[in-house]
Design a binder for this molecule. Structure first.
Ligand code: SF4
Ligand code: SF4
Length: 391
């Protein structure tokens, strides 16, 4: 009975557009211990919410998330789009955006589908009288927003293996896919995924470890988020450490390097998901000067349905300032100077850094002038550092 329902569920999930579906028991991840050690080492940086006691309680016991939960349906959705033409990807006057954010926000795509899957499941079990008052059917869906180690559950569901770059890698399709989960109180039979010694693995490959621009892997399978460009450009709300800025190149939202070099991603095929396809190269690598000129209204209009909207305008312009500094072109100076008066201290300070990195006299003079009026301590320190470097 439950086995047949599970098969129907898988077919329904595929019909909803998911590329991978698997069922695992709703128990904590086997790697929870390693995760707790990672937190102890403070490699999560400023993502303090990851270590919050209520979050940890949920990771340690999924019953806290959904009382009576028995099964977890894991789904994957491909997002690989295409390789950017080299003349675009390597153009330092453009800011690069991680492939996963080229299209519409994946939460907007995946969450309604998972909810539809849950509603379908509820309707079916009620129609077939498969639940009782004592065991009511209930579900909860997650798309990287909950306290679930979804990559590890995806591995248990047979999607692939976790590589040295800490990504979940499907041997036949690579690692460019999103994960989501449907927790349910129903006792769906789990997939029996036995990963033996012959299971695919990284073997002796170390490409991702050596290719990382910021040296964010202290050892294989361990990411120090504090050095990762994805963390620095997306998760970090404050000041980007000055020693890491020159290593970030022109990445302004995320970073794809450790996935792009992975040989398993040779097998990636472009997604069939219309919302993720690239309609315009500007969505993958917009002009830095255009980004620096973004005001709040422009940001809202441009990124309304993109995952980029969550970092808000100031953080995106902060990132663009760092990329402009790394570009190093005098062309950027006249666009950076007005940002020394920006409403956000974060933008003012990073603009000062960029002008210092470019080193044109006009920019340094503007920083010295702005320094006199600057009231924010950190922005002031950034400006003072730039001015002193040229005195
Ligand atoms: Fe390094 Fe980029 Fe991978 Fe982060 S996303 S670990 S910065 S290669
Ligand atoms: Fe593993 Fe090599 Fe891929 Fe890194 S690049 S995840 S070492 S296979």
């Amino acid at each position: 009975m439950w086995l047949a329902l599970k098969q129907e569920l898988i077919e329904k999930a595929v019909a909803l557009g998911f590329n991978m579906v698997g069922v695992v028991p709703a128990v904590p991840s086997k790697r929870l211990g390693a995760y707790l050690r990672w937190l102890e080492q403070e490699r999560h940086g400023a993502m303090g919410y990851l270590a919050r006691p209520d979050r940890l309680a949920r990771r340690q016991d999924l019953q806290v998330i959904l009382p009576g939960v028995q099964s977890m349906v894991c789904v994957g959705l491909d997002y690989y789009t295409q390789k950017l033409p080299e003349h675009i990807a390597a153009d330092p006057s453009r800011g690069r955006i991680s492939n996963y954010a080229w299209g519409v926000d994946y939460h907007e795509v995946m969450t309604p589908r998972l909810e539809a899957l849950g509603a379908w499941l509820t309707a079916v079990v009620k129609a077939r009288h498969l639940t009782t008052t004592e065991n009511p059917v209930a579900h909860k869906v997650y798309v990287d927003t909950g306290a679930i180690l979804e990559r590890d559950h995806g591995e248990e569901a047979g999607f692939g293996f976790v590589g040295k770059n800490t990504m979940l890698i499907a041997p036949q399709r690579g690692s460019w896919f999103f994960l989501g989960e449907l927790l349910t109180t129903l006792p769906l039979p789990p997939d029996n995924v036995a990963l033996g010694a012959s299971a695919p693995s990284c073997g002796s490959c170390t490409r991702c470890l050596t290719a990382c621009p910021t040296n964010a892997f202290p050892e294989p399978y361990v990411l120090d988020a504090r050095r990762c460009i994805s963390y620095l450009t997306i998760e970090l709300k404050g000041w980007i450490p000055a020693d890491l800025r020159p290593l970030m190149g022109n990445w302004i939202y995320g970073c794809d390097v450790c996935q792009a070099v992975c040989p398993f991603n040779r097998f990636a095929t472009p997604t069939a998901e219309a919302g993720f396809t690239l309609s315009d190269l500007e969505r993958a690598a917009p002009s830095l000067l255009d980004l620096l000129r973004l005001d709040e209204a422009g940001f809202e209009a441009q990124f309304a349905h993109s995952p980029i909207k969550r970092i808000k305008r100031a953080r995106l312009v902060r990132n663009a300032c760092v990329a402009a500094g790394n570009w190093g072109s005098p062309t950027a100076v006249s666009t950076l100077i007005p940002l020394l008066q920006d409403g956000s201290p974060l933008v003012r300070g990073h603009a000062a850094w960029a002008l210092g990195h470019i080193g044109e006299r006009e920019g340094i003079t503007a920083v010295a002038t702005a320094l006199i009026r600057e009231t924010d301590p950190q922005a002031h320190a950034e400006m003072a550092h730039t001015r002193q470097s040229f005195s």
